[in-house]
Design a protein around this ligand. Structure first.
Ligand code: HEM
Length: 179
């Protein structure tokens, strides 16, 4: 018996395509598959999310972080007194996540894994200050977008930093429980 072998690449519906890893910012900005989110890529997640809003949000948030008795010393130990480079990086980070600009090129999981003296509970405090800041500065539907992204990224950071199969309860859910 004879078989005719046709290369897959000759089949019209199987275009040749090189496999390429998605840039980190696109991975971070993957829409929630449970949501009915069909906007094309590279558009802000909401028309009100401007660079100016991101800058106000980030500056306001880190003011609180610096003054916080739990979080302040952890950041001070890494960042010292010159906060401007960190703030600029965080503008890029949130711009990539919420405006799809691709400006952030870092590796937050690797950076956080190297931090000492950070515990899962710190993420609860971080999120509490972040929620407070976004709710003070943004309309409810806009703050909901920032908070949702922070909760999901925070859980992913915790998994990289603290996952222990013998103690899966160490990872804390960051989703706000309805009151
Ligand atoms: C949802 C929660 C969090 C998000 C989205 C987040 C995001 C980020 C990002 C994007 C950076 C910049 C990484 C880079 O250098 O490219 C960063 C840096 C940093 N984060 Fe977080 N973070 C979170 C929670 C925390 C928590 C809970 C702590 C500690 C209590 C923390 C401490 C730090 C510190 C100290 C740096 C500076 C590291 C350095 O410059 O070496 N973060 N964070």
């Amino acid at each position: 018996m004879q078989f005719e072998v046709t290369a897959m690449t000759d089949v019209p519906c199987a275009p040749k395509r090189a496999l390429k890893a998605a840039p980190a910012d696109e991975l971070l900005a993957i829409p929630d598959p449970r949501s009915d989110d069909r906007r094309p890529l590279r558009q802000p997640l909401h028309p009100d999310i401007s660079e100016e809003l991101i800058e106000r949000l980030v500056r306001g948030f880190y003011e609180k972080v610096r003054a916080d008795p739990e979080l302040g010393p952890i950041f001070a130990a890494k960042i010292g007194d010159d906060w401007e480079p960190h703030l600029q990086k965080m503008f890029d980070f949130w711009s990539s996540i919420t405006r799809m600009t691709g400006r952030y090129r870092g590796k937050p999981n690797a950076v956080h894994s190297r931090l000492k003296n950070v515990e899962p509970e710190h993420f609860l405090r971080w999120l509490a200050l972040f929620r407070e800041t976004t709710r003070d500065l943004c309309a409810p539907e806009v703050s909901a977008i920032f908070i949702d992204r922070a909760e999901r990224i925070g859980e992913s950071l915790q998994l990289t930093m603290f996952f222990d199969p013998a103690n899966p309860g160490r990872i804390l859910s960051l989703k706000e429980t309805p009151t």
